[in-house]
Design a protein around this ligand. Structure first.
Ligand code: GDP
Ligand code: MG
Length: 177
C-alpha cells in the first residue's frame, strides 16, 4: 500500500533484495549520497534512506530499505517486506550464482508482498567487463519471462544507478496515482 505523506506527496517503500555481495548497499549509497565503498562497510547500520524525487512534476519520497546483511543467513524478516510497493532484485553480472538466486528472491518477495509489487531486475557491476558471467541477453530474457523491468548498473562507475531508481519510482507512481 502507498501512504499519503503528511508534508508533501507520496511515500513509497521500496526494498533491496539479492544475494550478499551483489552491491545492494552500494547502489543505495551511490543513489542517496553519491558514495561508493570498496569494502562492505556500507551495509552496517543503515535501515533505510529516504530520497526526495519528482515524477511528472509531483513530489514523491522513495523510502529505500537495505537488508543490513541478514540475507547472508536467509533471514530477511517479514517486517522488511511489510508495506513495500516496489523491489529491486539485484544480481552481480560477474557471479552466475547470484543470477541463479533471483527466482528464490522473487518467491520470497511474493510470499510477503502483493503479487503486483513493482519489481525491477538489476544486473550490477557492469564495470567488471572481463569477469562477466551473465550476459545482457540472459538478464533481459529472465526479466521478460517474469514480467519485471530490467536494467544493468554499476555502483562503482555510477552508470544507470539513478535510472534504475527513477524507473521503479515512476512505474510505482503510474500504478498508484
Ligand atoms: P551487498 O551485500 O549486496 O549490500 O553488497 P555491497 O554493496 O556491500 O558490495 C559488496 C562488494 O561489491 C563491495 O566490495 C563493493 O565495493 C563491491 N561492489 C558493489 N557494487 C559494485 C560495482 O558496481 N562494481 C564493482 N566492481 N564492485 C562493486
Ligand atoms: Mg549490504
Amino acid at each position: 500500500h502507498s501512504e499519503e505523506d503528511s508534508s508533501d506527496g507520496y511515500l513509497f517503500k521500496i526494498v533491496l533484495l539479492g544475494d550478499s555481495g551483489v552491491g545492494k548497499s552500494n547502489l543505495l549509497a551511490r543513489f542517496a549520497r553519491d558514495e561508493f565503498y570498496s569494502n562492505s562497510k556500507s551495509t552496517i547500520g543503515v535501515e533505510f534512506q529516504t530520497q526526495k524525487m519528482e515524477v511528472k512534476g509531483n513530489k514523491v519520497k522513495a523510502q529505500i530499505w537495505d537488508t543490513a546483511g541478514q540475507e547472508r543467513f536467509r533471514a530477511v524478516t517479514s517486517a522488511y517486506y511489510r508495506g513495500a510497493v516496489g523491489a529491486l532484485v539485484v544480481y552481480d553480472v560477474s557471479r552466475r550464482q547470484s543470477f541463479d538466486s533471483v527466482g528464490r528472491w522473487l518467491n520470497e518477495l511474493h510470499t510477503h508482498c502483493d503479487m503486483n509489487v513493482i519489481t525491477i531486475l538489476v544486473g550490477n557491476k557492469t564495470d567488471l567487463k572481463d569477469a562477466r558471467e551473465v550476459s545482457t541477453t540472459d538478464g533481459k530474457f529472465l526479466a521478460e519471462s517474469r514480467s519485471l523491468f530490467f536494467m544493468e548498473t554499476s555502483a562503482l562507475d555510477s552508470s544507470n544507478v539513478n535510472a534504475a531508481f527513477q524507473t521503479i519510482v515512476k512505474e510505482i507512481y503510474n500504478v498508484l496515482s
